[in-house]
Write a protein that binds this ligand. Structure first.
Ligand code: HEC
Length: 202
């Protein structure tokens, strides 16, 4: 693990763990720690959890979060082959979808000079598997590229997240989201990308 990602790890676990909720479908539990799951086993958990995860995100009022994005994201282009855990996230698995405006650009996984088009929407589902092998649903994270100049302090990205029970998560987005994306992935327009083994490449 390099130094930057070490720092990422420390703050990421602090942010992401507070919003986990035990999955209702106990039968999705793989019975072994998340860190030990193969891609195939992680996919099995996701298949089992998929409907429950989506249903949870839909519950209740979304307030400042555009409800249609929460409803529609599963129709966007998946950019991961399997739910995968970035090494430094321990047992947290992520699965990312990008809307039509941004999919082609995102799927290049370019390392520099990336400029995502205004109107790009990215959604990232998450779940965790504890050291005891229990599944916990995680937040649904969004990034939305605004028109140029609309949000200069976040490089024209809006960030928001929905908790597993459907509540919008009140987080200070510059500190809690943008700083990490900008500092670590500045040349890539703030994009983190899934781990390489889980990327869809065309
Ligand atoms: C400590 C660093 C860190 C923080 C804080 C963070 N992220 Fe991320 N984010 C990442 C990394 C690393 C990835 C790529 C990992 C992956 O998708 O497998 C990522 C990926 C994403 C993606 C998928 C698009 C992409 O970059 O490839 C979205 C959407 C996202 N984050 C939203 C958010 C939101 C919203 C917040 C604040 C609530 C947030 N992130 C906070 C590190 C962070």
């Amino acid at each position: 693990m390099n130094k930057i990602l070490g720092v990422v790890a420390a703050s990421a676990s602090a942010l992401f763990l507070f919003a986990s909720t035990a999955a209702q479908a106990a039968s999705c539990d793989p019975g072994k720690p998340g860190a030990d799951l193969s891609f195939e086993e992680a996919q099995k958990v996701y298949d089992c959890l998929k409907a429950d995860l989506y249903a949870g995100y839909q519950k209740g009022k979304k307030r400042w979060i555009p409800v249609e994005h929460v409803k529609d994201y599963r129709d966007w282009t998946p950019v991961s082959t399997v739910p995968a855990a970035p090494g430094f996230h321990g047992g947290r698995f992520l699965f990312t979808y990008v809307n039509e405006v941004g999919a082609a650009e995102y799927l290049k996984y370019a390392e520099e000079n990336v400029k995502m088009p205004a109107g790009t929407l990215i959604a990232k589902e998450s779940f965790a598997v504890t050291d005891k092998g229990k599944v916990k649903r995680g937040p649904l994270f969004f990034m939305q590229k605004t028109a140029a100049g609309k949000s200069p302090e976040t490089n024209d990205w809006y960030y928001y997240a929905v908790a597993p029970n459907g509540s919008p998560m009140g987080v200070p987005v510059v500190k809690a989201c943008h700083q990490c994306h900008a500092e670590n992935f500045g040349d890539r327009d703030g994009l983190g990308y899934p781990v390489e083994e889980a990327r869809i490449t065309k």
